[in-house]
Ligand binder design. Structure first.
Ligand code: GLU
Length: 312
């Protein structure tokens, strides 16, 4: 009975895509009698705001999605990430990288099909991996502050996703500590999922590509590797990934359109193959009906009933 979690970054109000993924994660946990945690991935103090964490919790509550234990905040767990980083440094698995974002993109070895697997978009080409002490000193003298990258030696990692099936990817030398000293997402998420005992990670399939990095890192740190289930994203009526410009994308927007949280839940349930369109099952019924094999493998386009623009 693997415990689950929902781990949004409070950079904006949750949109229908986030909420639908949260529902799947919650149903996956509750249908197997497991615990479900809420983790606020609020490490980026510039982009994250407490008000978005509050609204995320309120939205989940309105949909009836409860969670176990206290809210876990990454901003309060930095020491654990530092420990993991120190261990990787001590094991000589890291190197400083002085590349700017622009340089990384210019040299990125995007999706080059190698003998095995695919590199994630924006994969680091390894430019700084061979810098010697003089090269580092030169860049430091020029005022560049390094990020810290993990030396992955183009490892190939495969896993079987609960929905997407077999996936194989090349792990690039990804950042584990940003130039401003903040531990990077891929590191924090691995440390946290292990610390919380999360056994099944259910999240949007925009993160499928970075999962080999996380599995690689978990193994390196001797941490448990959870199962993964990546849920296809939600698209707007124009066929683009759901975003603010699509109009009524939050639960609050939906209210302004006259749609209650129950209406939204019913639309999600129908989209997940758990009820007919127009039916209004309770959460208890949804827990009983939840069946991984019913989940669609395609993106979900927001139906007309939920689409619409609101003045905000
Ligand atoms: N915090 C990430 C996001 O909001 C999700 C991380 C995860 O579920 O692993 O995109």
């Amino acid at each position: 009975m693997p415990d689950g979690r929902f781990a949004p970054s409070p950079t904006a109000p949750l949109h229908l895509g986030n909420l639908r993924t949260a529902l799947v994660a919650w149903l996956a946990a509750r249908s197997s009698g497991s615990r479900f945690f809420f983790r606020s991935e609020d490490m980026d103090q510039v982009a994250c705001r407490a008000e978005h964490e509050v609204s995320a919790l309120r939205d989940l509550h309105l949909l009836g999605l409860d969670h176990d234990g206290e809210v876990v905040r990454q901003s309060e767990r930095v020491e654990f990430y530092r420990d993991a980083i120190e261990r990787l440094i001590a094991d000589d698995r890291t190197y400083p990288c002085y590349c700017t974002r622009r340089e990384v993109l210019a040299e990125a070895s995007d999706s080059i099909a190698a003998p095995h697997g695919v590199r994630p978009a924006g994969a680091y080409a390894g430019t700084c991996s061979t810098l010697d002490a003089a090269g580092r000193a030169e860049r430091e003298a020029a005022g560049r502050t390094p990020s810290l990258r993990l030396r992955a030696n183009t490892a190939v990692v495969s896993f079987t996703d609960g929905l997407a099936g077999y996936h194989e990817g090349i792990v690039d030398d990804f950042v584990i500590r940003r130039a401003d000293g903040t531990p990077a997402y891929n590191l924090a998420v691995v440390v946290d999922d292990a610390a919380q005992g999360v056994g099944e990670v259910v999240r949007g399939d925009d993160l499928l590509e970075t999962t080999p990095r996380q599995i690689f890192l978990a193994r390196l740190l001797g941490l448990n590797v959870p199962d993964y289930l990546h849920v296809p994203l939600v698209f707007g009526p124009d066929g683009e990934r759901l975003a603010k410009r699509h109009g009524a994308v939050t639960l609050q927007d939906q209210r302004a359109l006259g749609n209650t949280p129950e209406d939204v839940l019913a639309a999600f349930a129908a989209s997940l193959g758990l009820c007919e369109v127009g039916e209004r099952p309770s959460l208890t019924q949804l827990v009983e009906r939840f069946d991984l094999t019913l989940l669609p493998h395609e993106v979900w386009v927001v139906p007309d009933a939920l689409a619409g623009s609101v003045e905000s």
